[in-house]
Design a protein around this ligand. Structure first.
Ligand code: NAD
Ligand code: IPM
Ligand code: MN
Length: 343
């Protein structure tokens, strides 16, 4: 039996470039891992007219985890691949915990003045299967002056409670044990109220975790003015999408931001992918930072129970990042090689 069976969906643009490095690193720390490549994304869609055939999804389901690069390409209308592949996997594989840690590693410079490495260390637990992402709503009178478009946010007590519980459990395992709920309860009074009441109810069971509430606009400000204040954040799908790009920007950039779309029960495979997209502006040039993809591989290893290997990988990334010369050109494959060799 193999150590782990991983489906690789490298995808579009820099997805293929950075995923090759992540795979190299997993091979270095976990020999015997089996990889199955799935050529999905823009090329597959343009060739077949399909995004994710059921038979392929069934095959993906039989893997321990999915290593994903990025999806999205200028040759395909926006949303076709993102909805049809990325979000479909999140929904169908019940990946309700979208885990996005952000740390300011030694050697990385935050664009924020006066912040030292180690001072920012937060994890955003973004809800992954509900909210505005469900695709509810519709369009009336399209292409007329009377056009109406609605997008509805779906929030269930079940879905909100399970992700809040996960966030409390994570906060409990960390030193600072602090959890911030981010929402917009002053305007989104229906969904916001559900989130706030559920948060309060679960908080009562966790007296060891200190809690705080912030509106998402204030949180976006603190994210750049005082990101040190955060430990664990729990929030809905869209707010989590937005604030994790901000969190990435203040901790060395989007090229270092890792994520996991996790089904904690392991009933279905979880997907591990960088926060960033396919970056059409730099695709094919070999200059994308593979750190985010490699750190996502570290999250994958941890999820599959290989905690030592996961720690070794993130430490190797940290060491490589610390050794970089500020301003020097970065080559994707060289970074991957340096990290894999160090391991
Ligand atoms: P993007 O993250 O692809 O790029 C934003 C900016 O960050 C670009 O300037 C890009 O060059 C830079 N960047 C991103 N990753 C980098 C890396 N590893 N190293 C260095 N620079 C990096 O976001 P976008 O331009 O808004 O989206 C492009 C496409 O990707 C769209 O089709 C979008 O839907 C898709 N997308 C996919 C995912 C995913 O697959 N998980 C995530 C986000 C966006
Ligand atoms: C991300 C991406 C996706 C999201 C898109 C591409 C569907 O931006 O993983 O952050 O919004 O979740
Ligand atoms: Mn995003």
């Amino acid at each position: 039996m193999s150590v782990a069976r991983i489906a690789v969906v490298a995808g579009d643009g820099i997805g293929t470039e950075v995923t090759a490095q992540a795979r190299k690193v997993i091979e270095a720390v976990l020999p015997g891992t089996e990889f199955d490549d799935y050529d999905l994304g823009a090329r597959f869609y343009n060739r077949t007219g399909e995004v994710l055939p059921q038979a392929i999804e069934d095959e993906l389901a039989r893997h321990d985890a999915i290593l994903l690069g990025a999806i999205g390409d200028p040759s395909v209308p926006p949303g076709v691949l993102e909805r049809g592949l990325l979000l479909k996997l999140r929904f169908d594989f019940d990946q309700y915990v979208n885990l996005r840690p952000s740390k300011l590693w030694p050697g990385t410079t935050s664009p924020l003045a006066g912040i030292k490495p180690g001072e920012i260390d937060m994890v955003v637990v973004r809800e992954g299967t509900e909210g505005l992402y469900v695709g509810a709503g519709g369009v009336l009178h399209k292409d007329t002056p009377a056009e109406i478009a609605t997008e509805e946010s779906l929030n269930t007590r079940y879905g909100v409670e399970r992700v809040i519980r996960d966030a409390f459990a994570r906060a409990e395992r960390r030193d600072r044990r602090h959890l911030t709920l981010v929402h917009k309860t002053n305007v989104l009074t229906k969904a916001g109220s559900l989130w706030a009441r559920t948060f309060a109810a679960v908080a009562a069971e966790h007296p060891d975790v200190t809690t705080e509430y912030q509106h998402v606009d204030a949180a976006s400000m603190f994210m750049v003015s005082n990101p040190q204040r955060y430990d664990v954040i729990v929030t809905d799908n869209l707010f989590g999408d937005i604030i994790t790009d901000i969190a990435a920007a203040v901790t060395g950039g989007i090229g270092m931001a890792a994520s996991g779309s996790v089904n904690p029960e392991r009933k279905y495979p979880s997907t591990f992918e960088p926060v960033h997209g396919s970056a059409p502006d730099i695709a094919g040039k070999g200059i994308a930072d593979p750190a985010a993809a490699i750190l996502s591989a570290s999250l994958l290893l941890e999820h599959l129970g290989h905690a030592d290997e996961a720690r070794r990988v993130s430490e190797a990334v940290a060491a490589e990042v610390a050794s970089r010369t500020p301003g020097a050109d970065l080559r994707t494959a060289e970074v991957g090689d340096r990290i894999a060799t160090a391991l």
